[in-house]
Design a protein around this ligand. Structure first.
Ligand code: PLP
Ligand code: ZN
Length: 401
């Protein structure tokens, strides 16, 4: 077994990875996978990556060692922006199932199969469900997915085509999570909810390794990450610590920046109030479906990373996000998911405030493809047009949206 042990992020308790684990039995803390990095140091070097598979599994020394359930996830392009010379767009829309959720689910399903589990369950804001359904199909396992009934049509349809058992819920992901918790024992399901098993973080952390590799082992000054449950941010931060222990990078870290939708911004609120945990956001609403997470299980980890990195938390309104989607598409040729386009809004705001400077190297995460959101974007565009025509202010709008 490549994994040494699992470690609770709250109390430090160590658990065995020989059998499936969810969270710390003592305090519900998120479990991190620990490897013997001291043994790897000096033996495994960046040069060894040359010629390896162009997927996240190229970092196999720091990934769980079940036989990978893979659909070619990861190793996505880091595109230099056409608009801002020192900005890069990490385009996660090119992953299987069209979002970065593929990485986490590839790792989680790999280990679930390794443990001999047959039935997996998760609540989802949309894309995690689609990814789980795809990897479960590839592994010949059952997927039980609970998602809000108003997720993008693509998410409902992909789950159905992948053969998952889907329950559409009149509520938010938090309600879906409750339903999974209530039903999992009876159903014999293993819960792969965000941060309630240790391996989705392992998959997502590969984004940190990739950014480092693609920038030739010099981390950027800042990373903007659209934050729902925050798994990517948590994973990348873990990756940076691992890479330092491997001797691949130094002690410097990028400023980690959270962007959330103004209609659901619990982390931004907690950050502004200087709190170390967030409160449940009431009445969450945004067309950036993946950001409709009213309370992140790992909020304490996200807020700690923002603090340690000297980062920031920014909210973007749906109108700003839609405009940014159009802007990126027309200027960069990148058709971003609304969650991803929110990164551009955050960048613009932080440049305007002076928090980021033109010369700072910044990675903006486009976490998914717009092709999964066409219905939501069309509806959002029509809503915007109706509001504008009600105020008699439609003059500058061109095109059907
Ligand atoms: C496209 C997209 N971006 C961002 C997020 C938020 O991701 P995380 O939960 O890792 O913060 C999601 C979650 O569903 C998503 O689907
Ligand atoms: Zn604990």
């Amino acid at each position: 077994m490549r994994i040494s042990y699992l470690e609770c992020t709250r109390c430090g308790k160590r658990l065995s990875a020989k059998r499936p684990q969810n969270v710390c039995p003592k305090d519900g803390g998120v479990l991190y996978v620990r490897y013997d990095l001291a043994r790897l140091r000096g033996k495994w070097r960046p040069e060894d990556l040359r010629g390896r598979v162009a997927s996240m599994w190229r970092y196999e020394e720091v990934l769980p060692n079940g036989a990978p359930v893979t659909l070619g996830e990861g190793f996505t392009p880091l595109l230099q922006s056409r608009e801002f010379e020192s900005v890069f767009i990490k385009d996660e829309g090119l992953n299987p199932t069209g979002s970065f959720k593929a990485r986490g689910m590839s790792a989680a399903v790999t280990m679930a199969r390794h443990y001999g589990l047959k039935r997996l369950a998760a609540p989802s804001a949309g894309n995690a469900g689609g990814a789980l359904a795809a990897y479960a199909a590839a592994a010949g396992m059952e997927a039980h997915i609970f998602m809000p009934k108003d997720v993008p049509a693509a998410n409902r349809m992909e789950c159905e085509y992948f053969g998952a058992h889907v329950t559409l819920v009149d509520g938010l992901i938090s309600d879906c999570g409750r339903m999974v918790a209530e039903r999992k024992d009876k159903g014999g399901w293993f819960d792969v909810s965000t941060l309630k098993e240790p391996f989705r973080v392992e998959g997502k952390k590969t984004m940190g390794y990739e950014i480092a590799e693609q920038l030739k082992w010099k981390l950027p000054d800042a990373i903007v990450y659209p934050t729902g449950g925050g798994v990517g941010m948590i994973g990348m931060w873990k990756a940076f610590e691992e890479m330092e222990q491997l001797g691949w990078i130094g002690a410097g870290r990028p400023k980690m920046i959270t962007v959330q939708a103004a209609g659901c911004a619990p982390i931004v609120k907690a950050w502004e109030e200087g709190k170390s945990a967030s409160e449940m956001w009431a009445g969450a609403s945004t067309f950036a479906a993946g950001l409709r997470v009213p309370k992140a299980y790992g909020d304490y980890l996200i807020l700690d990373i923002l603090k340690k990195s000297g980062g920031a938390a920014v909210a973007a309104s749906d109108e700003e996000i839609l405009a940014a989607t159009r802007h990126w598409a027309s200027v960069e040729g990148v058709f971003a998911a609304p969650e991803g386009a929110a990164s551009l809004v955050a960048y613009q705001k932080l440049r305007a405030s002076g928090f980021l400077r033109a010369e700072d190297t910044v990675v903006l995460f486009n976490t998914g493809t717009a092709y999964k959101y066409l219905d939501m974007m069309e509806a959002e565009g029509k809503k915007g047009r109706a509001e504008l025509s009600a105020t008699g202010n439609l003059g500058g709008i061109i095109g059907p949206y």
